[in-house]
Design a protein around this ligand. Structure first.
Ligand SMILES: *Cc1c(COP(=O)(O)O)cnc(C)c1O
Length: 393
């Protein structure tokens, strides 16, 4: 399947499977394993010496064919050299960062970053003597001006998962690499299917597999995908941190992957139907969705991604918190809760101004994030329309 002539939809149905190596069974077996037995001491010593090589089985924590099947599939899909499956999306982020920084380093992190990434920098990295500077997500090539002699890393996320700014990843990677600085991208929104981050120059891509890859709100999983140059380094750090993932969760991610292309098409289509409806409503001041032509990041999205997922936000005209809560509480089809990427729709009021440090969030009204699931979009619109009657604008 390492043949690039196939389209992404074809790849997700075939990658990471080898039925004929498994009695003809379509899906890879789920190995539950801690101890891995060796034929003799010579084999044990050989495996110990090669434990950081791709595909070596040494101990359950370092992976089994179940885990390698998922890792190889996502790495190939996104165009990286190899991948690591870890306990959660946040675990992927922290493990990737810890793979490349050391005490005394400085890192640059987008102000639109997933909030728990920020908390990790503020707590753990700070205690390790790693300094973080936040930057305007729209900075582009001017990131260069923030790079110091001890800057090691630029952390990016496109689009931001509450505010949906598109970052100019190729401009950032070019400026960073000119100064020997690495770039990590949180590519969860677009998945390995819709954004080939390595073509944009990224060194490490991280994903909350929990979202669209698992796709059914029933497992937590993180994925780190790297270039060949960084593979060993990330593998060693993943090992030293004791990061791994459970076989049943890995299996659910593999199963999710098989339908991800078709699910994403529907999330995109229904998401755009709801976004376009919202854009015409008098209650709404703006819709933050990079696939809308009116969005300031639309040209970057069009250049760097081949599609959109079903997560976006909108800003209401100024109204009270009580009015927003009354609207949200009245909805029948949108769950109130964190995470996204499952088959079901979700709604989340969110306040970016409380968390930003490098930029000011100036929207006059409240921001509401939607995940558009696989329900009929007409029903989702009908539910919102009824909910809007609860607003006192
Ligand atoms: C959810 C999310 C994560 C974290 O993933 P978990 O599996 O919940 O730990 C990281 N980045 C983004 C953009 C997310 O939305």
């Amino acid at each position: 399947m390492s043949n690039n002539k196939y389209a992404p939809e074809t790849k997700v149905t075939h990658l990471g499977r080898d039925p004929l190596a498994n009695f003809g069974v379509v899906n890879p077996p789920v190995y539950h394993a801690s101890t891995i037995l060796f034929k003799d001491t010579a084999e044990m010593e050989h495996r110990a010496a090669t434990k950081f090589d791709k595909g070596t089985m040494n101990y359950g924590r370092q992976g089994t064919p179940t885990v390698f099947a998922l890792e190889n599939a996502v790495a190939e899909l996104e165009g990286g050299y190899g991948a690591f499956s870890v306990s959660s999306g946040l675990g992927a982020i922290t493990t990737a960062i810890l793979s490349v920084v050391e005490s005394g380093d400085h890192i640059l992190v987008t102000d639109s970053v997933y909030a728990p990434t920020r908390f990790f920098c503020k707590d753990v990295l700070k205690r390790m003597g790693v300094e973080t500077t936040y930057y305007d997500p729209l900075i582009g090539k001017d990131i260069e001006q923030l790079i110091r002699p001890n800057t090691r890393l630029v952390f990016t996320e496109a689009p931001g998962s509450h505010t949906f700014e598109m970052q100019d990843i190729p401009a950032i990677t070019k400026a960073a690499h000119n100064k020997g600085v690495l770039v990590i991208m949180d590519n969860t929104w677009a998945t390995p299917l819709l954004c080939k981050s390595f073509d944009l120059g990224v060194d490490i891509s991280v994903h909350a597999g929990t979202k669209y890859i698992v796709g059914h709100s029933d497992a937590m999983l993180g994925l780190i995908i790297t270039t060949e140059e960084l593979y060993q380094k990330v593998k060693e750090t993943t090992f030293h941190l004791g990061q791994c993932s459970g076989p049943d969760d890995v299996y659910l991610a593999q199963r999710g992957l098989r339908t991800m292309a078709v699910r994403l098409k529907q999330h995109q289509e229904s998401g755009l139907a709801v976004a376009n409806w919202l854009a015409k409503r008098a209650e709404v001041s703006s819709v933050l969705h990079p696939a809308l032509e009116s969005d300031p990041g639309h040209h970057i999205w069009k250049r760097d991604m081949t599609g959109a997922s079903g997560l976006f936000s909108f800003i209401l005209n100024p109204t009270s918190k009580a009015s927003v809560n009354a609207m949200v509480d009245s909805l029948n089809l949108y769950g109130i809760g964190y995470s996204w990427g499952g088959f079901e729709s979700l709604i989340l009021p969110s306040d970016p101004s409380s968390i930003r440090t490098a930029t000011k969030w100036n929207a006059a009204g409240p921001l509401i994030r939607l995940h558009i699931g696989l329900e009929n979009p007409d029903d989702l619109i009908m539910d919102l329309e009824a909910g809007f009657k609860k607003l006192s604008l």
